[in-house]
Design a protein around this ligand. Structure first.
Ligand SMILES: [Fe+2]
Length: 207
């Protein structure tokens, strides 16, 4: 049995947005990442879980397109909303700390502060290194528009050191495939693989 199961939901939204349902078969813990777009699809996915213990609604950042379905999901899924301390404009119950570990199933979800696209950017890592939820920080093949020096530091010091096994679960369907192992993206994503800031800046001209 896998420790965590992730369902990627193409919810439409403003621009090919993704929402995610994360599930721990060990005890039924469930979380929603970035509730947006077609709320009914998210709710249907939650209802189809064998057992559903609502644990968290996790926001990667406060951009409206990533929390546009927050109100209907909160009504259907009684879990606290967790986000970065700088988040504004969305409801929030849990103010996260960098490197905080949120208990989940028989493991945890780790909070990684990843500023660059926004100051309130958070990436969530599953404790078995099977997946990271990157919002608009990292897409398959691309990154989000950003403050270049801040994003470069985030990619080099937080994202790149993570194990290759992590599947990149991003906020939008912009890449060659909807998901990709981080190990693959380290090789073919020009922003993530840039050997220095000058190369990163040069790659930014393609954004
Ligand atoms: Fe965004």
């Amino acid at each position: 049995m896998r420790q965590f199961e992730v369902t990627q939901l193409a919810v439409g939204g403003f621009d090919h947005n993704f929402s995610y349902v994360v599930y721990a078969p060990a005890n039924g813990d469930a979380a929603v990442v970035d509730p947006c777009g077609e709320a009914a699809l998210i709710v249907r996915t939650l209802r189809n879980l064998p057992l559903c213990r609502p644990r968290y609604i996790l926001l990667t950042h406060g951009h409206r397109d990533h929390c546009s379905a927050l109100t209907p999901i909160r009504a259907a899924f009684a879990a606290p909303v967790a986000a970065h301390p700088l988040l504004t404009g969305c409801h929030r119950d849990i103010v996260l700390n960098d490197r905080q570990r949120l208990p989940f199933g028989d493991g945890y979800i780790e909070v990684l502060f990843t500023p660059g696209h926004t100051a309130d950017g958070v990436t969530y890592r599953l404790s078995d290194d099977s997946g990271i939820f990157t919002g608009d920080t990292l897409f398959v093949d691309w990154i989000g528009y950003c403050d270049a020096p801040v994003m470069y530091r985030t990619l080099r010091t937080v994202i790149h050191p993570l194990p290759d096994s992590n599947i990149v679960y991003s906020g939008h369907d912009y890449g060659r495939e909807p998901i990709s192992p981080l190990g693959v993206d380290k090789r073919r994503n020009a922003y993530l693989s840039a050997p220095g800031f000058a190369a990163f800046r040069a790659a930014m001209k393609e954004l």
